[in-house]
Design a protein around this ligand. Structure first.
Ligand SMILES: [Zn+2]
Length: 365
């Protein structure tokens, strides 16, 4: 075959590729809930996230690779020594990254992203939440107080009404609870501990750092140091996350929050450690027909080079739409448009949003 013929063929394939991205993206979006389901409803003059059950889900599959030292620690440990979580699984000792920790960090990243996008949009408009021209910067706190009843803070001051609370759930005394719509699973390193964890058994031994809250007036001795194990850079953790009754904003926001969390860091001492790189393998409107354990086995065997062949899904309703590669990027790219739609719906006068239940007459009670 001549080079020219090759070039033409690639050109045609490229065009088909782009059309397919658009077509799959449209089919994917059609299976998701409207952004209006994220608008809180009024209960006794208090805002609370709507409880929506559509039986629809979106599953996100990916691999997180440590870009620096990582300390997955879920136990108390000892006074000046820290050990990473480990578990014997499928013939190896593996570093364990529990779902609850993943969720905690990604929830905070999601909130940071939410506040940042909000302030950026409000301030670029030059109007405050009531439409008055602004002279000073509008804060997320003012907007949250107006729309959700309070400035939502994680974990002890949740508003139970905002987009973050709708997705991750929460409780507030005297107001009620909203269930989490996002499900996380524990995950484990593909690599064996002997390979991926720096321990006392390793030639270099455990790492040494200063203890937190160290008293500098005391002469530095053995006790003022802190010894810790860590997971080495380049260690891979496959993961599965499921979002229930998802909107496109939930999915795009999750994908962006994970990337933000990667830069902020996971685990103990995350200010300096726990940076990751995440590769998304698939995003589907179905439930996975495989588990994290299957992913570990496939990745060990190098059997996931073509995710389309292994990652199969099943939907509760209809046929699942599964996106790969560039199709996933296209979902993440919808974030700012979807977020703008969310803000617009929040600012609509009461009664104009679909989420607002018609007021019942007193006679009926
Ligand atoms: Zn909230």
């Amino acid at each position: 075959m001549s080079q020219k013929a090759n070039g033409q063929e690639l050109q045609i394939e490229g065009n088909i590729g782009r059309n397919k991205v658009t077509e799959n993206h449209t089919k994917f979006t059609q299976q998701l809930s409207d952004v209006l389901t994220l608008i809180p409803r009024d209960v006794n003059n208090k805002k609370i996230a709507q409880a929506i059950y559509t039986r629809q889900v979106v599953t996100i599959i990916g691999i997180k690779t440590t870009a620096a030292r990582f300390l997955p620690v879920s136990h108390e440990g000892y006074s000046n020594e820290t050990y990473v979580d480990k578990v014997d699984l499928l013939g190896k000792t593996r570093a364990e990254f529990i779902g609850r920790k993943l969720k905690g960090i990604e929830r905070r990243a999601h909130m940071a992203l939410f506040r940042e996008m909000l302030e950026s949009i409000l301030n670029s408009r030059g109007q405050d939440v009531t439409g008055q021209e602004i002279e000073t910067q509008v804060t997320w706190q003012a907007f949250f107080t107006d729309k959700f009843g309070k400035a939502c803070t994680i974990p002890d001051g949740l508003c139970v009404a905002c987009w973050n609370c709708s997705l991750f759930g929460g409780m507030e005394a005297g107001k009620g609870a909203t269930f989490s719509r996002i499900r996380y699973f524990d995950t484990f390193s593909i690599e064996d501990a002997a390979e991926c964890i720096q321990t006392d058994d390793s030639p270099e031994g455990m790492a040494i750092g200063n203890t937190v809250g160290e008293d500098l007036s005391v002469e530095r001795g053995e006790a003022s140091f802190h010894r810790y194990e860590y997971v080495k850079a380049g260690t891979r953790f496959p993961f599965i996350t499921i979002i229930e009754s998802p909107t496109l904003l939930d999915v795009a926001g999750y994908l962006a929050a994970v990337k933000l969390a990667d830069q902020h860091g996971y685990g103990k001492y995350s200010a300096n450690h726990g940076k990751f790189e995440t590769q998304f393998l698939a995003v589907s409107t179905g439930y996975p027909l495989f588990s994290v354990l299957n992913l570990l086995t496939w990745l060990e065997d190098g059997a996931l080079t073509n995710p389309q062949e292994k990652l199969h899904f099943e939907a509760a309703v209809g046929e699942p739409v599964t996106l790969f590669g560039a199709e996933i990027e296209a979902v993440r790219d919808t974030l700012s448009k979807q977020f703008t739609a969310y803000l617009k719906a929040l600012e609509a006068p009461p009664g104009q949003t679909e989420g607002e239940k018609p007021k019942r007459s007193r006679k009926g009670k």
